[in-house]
Design a protein around this ligand. Structure first.
Ligand code: SF4
Length: 333
């Protein structure tokens, strides 16, 4: 089954593959920098959302050496809106490691890639396969879903992960591992989707146990989820003569290294007014952040940003939403 299924998938991919800016066209050599950049951006992010960011990064920093030489603040601001900001910090750390320790060339072995900042098991395997044609087995949520359906894996995730990896390993062809990896991505994102797999368009129906059973949406079986904890916080919109106080968040921790509105203790004595709250969901918790607004006559030390150019500050999504509330408060007061 494994050889037939992977052949069927590769034939489908040869005809139906998506044209994406980080993919090499037929006959072109893949560019490891593009492959790496796209893989980092696509972690927890859809293709449609990541695509304009990828194009902007490539225009501004066309090589890993150019990215390595970029100031931290510019890269963090360009990343704003993609979320999961530890990825941006690791992106820079990785670019600098490749530039300084590998002469600007990514290592071509999965094990060496794994040692670079921000590159885990999936990403190292994906880069090794796609950029360098190595036979590596990259298992992400798409692959978990497809494999658990193909083999009707009854054991629940996450406990079934090892079994799924073994099954994925058996499916991976000796040649064309890069195309196979990308074909699995395309299949998982466009055909074998989480809720309603479009089995009529799938090249693997003849090999799929879940399809034969008649209810593929039942897979992957999952252990019941624990509720996400909820946290509360306060942010401050402090204005002075058309400028608002911003702070750079500490490098470590939530949204580390990003520009933001002050949080925690009030940045000044002022007549603070409530301006509503914003809900935002992070991976491990949900946050409800209240916004307090005030104007001040005394301008303290700090970064005072022109309110009408707040959109250029590169605020992460939570603080961009809070800044919208600050602007509404301003108009109303
Ligand atoms: Fe997924 Fe359906 Fe294809 Fe099976 S036949 S792999 S469930 S799309």
């Amino acid at each position: 089954m494994a050889v037939d299924a992977s052949n069927a998938l590769l034939c489908w991919y040869a005809v139906d593959k998506r044209r994406l800016p980080w993919r090499a066209e037929a006959g072109e050599r893949p560019d490891p920098y593009r492959v790496w950049l796209s893989e980092i951006m696509l972690q927890q992010t859809t293709v449609a959302h990541a695509r304009p960011y990828f194009e902007t990064f490539l225009r501004r920093w066309p090589t890993v050496d150019a990215l390595a030489a970029a100031p931290d603040g510019e890269v963090m601001a360009a990343w704003a809106g993609l979320g999961y900001y530890a990825r941006a910090r690791n992106l820079l750390a990785c670019a600098r490691t490749v530039a300084e320790q590998h002469g600007g060339r990514f290592p071509d072995e999965e094990s060496a890639l794994r040692l670079l900042p921000g590159i885990g098991a999936y990403t190292s395997a994906a880069i090794a396969a796609i950029a360098f044609g190595r036979r590596a087995v990259a298992v992400d949520a798409n692959v978990e879903r497809i494999v658990s359906r193909l083999f009707a894996v009854e054991e629940a995730l996450p406990a079934s992960r090892r079994r799924i990896e073994q099954l994925a390993e058996g499916l991976t062809p000796l040649k064309d591992a890069g195309d196979f990896t990308q074909a699995m991505m395309d299949l998982g994102q466009t055909v074998c989707t989480p809720r309603r797999p479009d089995c009529r368009r799938c090249p693997l129906t003849a090999h799929c146990a879940a399809f034969a059973e008649g209810d593929p949406g039942r897979y992957p079986v999952r252990a019941p989820k624990r509720a996400r904890p909820r946290r509360e916080g306060i942010a401050y919109w402090l204005e002075h003569e058309g400028k608002v106080l911003l702070v750079r968040r500490p490098k470590r921790g939530l949204l580390g290294g990003m520009l933001a509105l002050p949080t925690g203790d009030a940045p000044a004595e002022a007549a603070w007014a409530e301006a509503g709250a914003v809900d935002h969901v992070f991976t491990h918790f949900a946050l409800n952040m209240r916004l307090l607004c005030a104007t001040t006559k005394a301008r303290s030390e700090g970064m005072w940003w022109p309110v009408e150019r707040i959109g250029e500050a590169g605020l992460p999504t939570l603080f961009a939403k809070l800044a919208e509330r600050g602007a509404q408060w301003r108009e109303a007061s």
